[in-house]
Every structure is written in C-alpha cells, then in structure tokens.
Design a binder for this molecule. Structure first.
Ligand SMILES: NC(=O)c1ccc[n+]([C@@H]2O[C@H](COP(=O)([O-])OP(=O)(O)OC[C@H]3O[C@@H](n4cnc5c(N)ncnc54)[C@H](OP(=O)(O)O)[C@@H]3O)[C@@H](O)[C@H]2O)c1
Length: 237
C-alpha cells in the first residue's frame, strides 16, 4: 500500500531504466514524483502506472543539455529529494570520439548536475532539509578501455558530491552517491537480453536509492556501491 505526503522527489532520466524504477519505488514510499526526461510518451506511461497504484506524479519533458530551460522549468518546485540519475554512455576510444559526442556526454552527465541541483538546492537550504542523491557508477573508480570520457564523468560525480556534502550538511541537506555496477537497461544503446541476466536490475538500484533516502534525519549514507553477485559470463568465476 502506498504511504503519502513524504514531499516531492524530482528524478531525472525518469522515462526508462534506473530513473523510472526509482520513480515507481519512491512513489510507493509516499513521495510525490516529478519525473523529468525528454520522452513525453514514456513519462505519461510512468505517470499512469504511479497513479494507478495510488501515487502522485507530475512530468516535465526537458532536454538536460539545455541549461536555461532547466533553470526555468525546475525552479520553485519545493523539492525534498533530488535524484540526479540521467546519464549517457558513449563508449569509444578517445580518438574516435567527435567533439559533439564529447560535449553531449559532458552536458548530460556533468553540466546538468550543476543546472538541476542549482535549480532546487536553494529551496532545500531555505527549508533546512533535503537530499541530493546522484547515480554514479563503479566506472568512476574503475577504468576500462573506451571509457575515458564516461569514467571521467562518473569520477566527477564522486568528487563533486563529497565536496557539496561538506558545504551543505550543516544546513540540513544530505548528499549521496549510489554507484551501481552493470545494470540490465538500455544504457549506451544496449537492448537487454538473456545475456544480461547476470547484471543488476533497475529495481535493485531503486531499492538502494530508497534505502539511502529513507535513513533517519541524523544519519547519512554518503556513498553506496551496489554490485551484482554474479560474474559476467565471459570472465567466468
Ligand atoms: N546501466 C548500467 O549498467 C549503469 C551502471 C552504472 C551506472 N549507471 C548510471 O545510471 C544512470 C541511468 O542509466 P540507465 O542505465 O537507466 O540508462 P537508460 O536506460 O539509457 O536511461 C537514461 C535516462 O536518461 C535520460 N536522458 C538521456 N539524455 C537526456 C537528455 N539530454 N535530457 C534529459 N534526459 C536524458 C533518458 O531519457 P530520454 O531519452 O527520454 O530523455 C533516460 O530516461 C546513468 O547516470 C548511468 O551512468 C548505469
């Protein structure tokens, strides 16, 4: 049964994958969801699912590469929990990466953290409470070939979030990073098949986010790494 009135949770990248699962999970915990992504049709389907379960959901169709649109559309919402989840993975060798690919990934994975957080953090600081939870990745500390740009963006998440925590914790705002290993989603153009069965599911990561967001007022889980217990088939045990 859905609890009610926990406040507003704004989730970016809400149209599919981890972000969508986070919306469904936090709605079940009683948050009113503000779901942000570009695909209005997918956001509408999410809203219908949450409302049919007795929850509340608003949608905002927004391209996170557009900083001024973010500032206009996300200001003044009175957000209690921000889940910075949206991210893209263009995985290729540095010399094959075009300037546009580089810029888009930096815009979505890094620059949007500034624009979205800046739009909602002022309200949290005024209220003396709030939680900024960002989806990082084990790739932020564990490099791989073709990941120069992507791993760089996820390493940024770790340093940015810890610094932000030190800045705002005395004003009642929590800052966390949930860093998953491989998750069976459409990330990076993947189409999940049975070959992805060893990976985490989006709902597993959503459960971790719900745990981090649900800690008592004086307790903070700042960094949480979530791993599958299974090895990738090609690597064996
Ligand atoms: N999957 C994994 O193995 C894995 C592992 C560790 C960490 N992560 C991290 O988890 C997060 C979510 O990944 P996922 O696996 O759920 O990926 P996904 O299924 O590809 O979903 C990505 C989400 O980001 C949104 N998005 C992408 N570009 C956008 C833009 N320009 N403006 C607004 N929204 C945009 C997409 O919505 P629209 O296309 O509708 O805009 C979609 O909702 C990412 O930060 C990723 O780095 C993933």
């Amino acid at each position: 049964m859905t609890e009610r009135h926990k406040g507003i949770a704004l989730v970016t990248g809400a149209s599919r994958g981890i972000g969508r699962a986070v919306c469904v999970r936090l709605a079940r915990d009683g948050f009113e969801i503000v779901a942000v992504a570009r695909s209005q049709e997918d956001l509408d389907a999410l809203r219908a699912e949450i409302e049919s379960g007795g929850g509340a959901c608003r949608t905002i169709a927004l391209d996170l590469t557009d900083g001024s649109a973010i500032a206009t559309q996300l200001a003044g919402l009175g957000v209690s929990v921000l889940v910075n989840n949206a991210g893209i993975g263009i995985i290729k060798p540095m010399m094959e990466m075009s300037p546009d690919e580089w810029k888009t990934m930096m815009d979505v994975n890094v620059n949007a953290l500034y624009h979205v957080t800046h739009a909602v953090l002022g309200g949290m600081l005024s209220a003396g409470s709030g939680h900024v939870c960002t989806i990082g990745s084990i790739s932020g500390r564990s490099a791989f070939v073709g990941g120069a740009a992507y791993c760089g963006t996820k390493a940024f998440v770790t340093a940015w979030a810890e610094s932000l925590l030190l800045e705002v914790r005395d004003r009642g705002v929590k800052v966390s990073v949930v860093a998953p290993g491989g998750v069976a989603t459409e990330f990076g153009g993947n189409m999940p098949t049975a070959a992805d069965d060893w990976k985490l599911h989006a709902a597993d990561v959503a459960e971790a986010v719900a745990h981090v967001v649900g800690t008592p007022p004086g307790v903070l889980v700042h960094r949480l790494e979530v791993r599958t217990l299974y090895s990738p088939p090609s690597r064996g045990k």
